[in-house]
Each structure stands twice: as C-alpha cells, then as structure tokens.
Design a protein. Sequence first.
Length: 151
Amino acid sequence: MGRPTETFNKKEKEKKRLKKQQEKKENALERKASAVKGKSLEDMMAYIDENGNISSTPPDPTKKKKFNSEDIQIGIAKQDPSEQEEGPRTGSITFFNESKGYGFIKDLTTQESVFVHINGLVDPVKENDKVTFEVEQGQKGPNAVNVKKVK
C-alpha cells in the first residue's frame, strides 16, 4: 500500500486557506451592503461663526463685523529703538549649570528670561545671585553679556 499524497498538515492548511477566503468574501459583501454613498453638498458645508469657530449652521448676517484691513497686524509689531532701554539691566540668576557653562537670568523689570553663557560672565556667579547685564541678539535669541555680580 502506498502513502496518501495528502498529509494531515496539508489538509489543515487547505481548510484554513478556504476559511480565510470565505471570510474575505463575507466581509466584502458586508462592506457593499453597508456602504453609504457620498453626502450631499449641504451636509459637507462648514461655516465660521462670528467668534471664528467652525459650525454646521450658516452665520447670522446681523452679527457680521466689519474690519479695516490696515488694522490687521500680521507678525511682530515694530519696536521703536527709543523703547529699548540703554545701559545695563538688573536681574537674578534662575539657573546656572557650571559643568556645562550656561544658565538663565530673569530680568527684574520685564520678567524676561535671558540665556547666559559662561563666556559672557565677568564675575563667577551661582543661582539666585543678583546681577547686572547687557543683552545682545544671538543666533537663537537674546543673550546676556558683561554679566557682573551685584555686591
């Protein structure tokens, strides 16, 4: 007697393949049956209300606001050179890492945080020291230079 050409393993693989094929066909039929055609134009419309929020209802024309195009400001307001104070600023060291050689100074008048590198120091400083400094524009923003400890 010869061995059968189909082993148990082959039969199981064939059953799994046929089952998977049948599931795919059923899923395809289900998708076709439940498919919703595209929405109407009204359903797809979105409106912006008087506060700038997106809504599905058209805006009320009585609440329409008029704006002058010259009043719209895009970007940063131009600063007058007279606004910027000349001379040294005062502040306190909020953070300073001696091993890496950098830290931050909080300006006492504007509460602005300014980066300081160890090369910009005149006197050695620690955290919470009161200092005077000048600000220069660096590659990534304002940098403190000529940082001196207030005694």
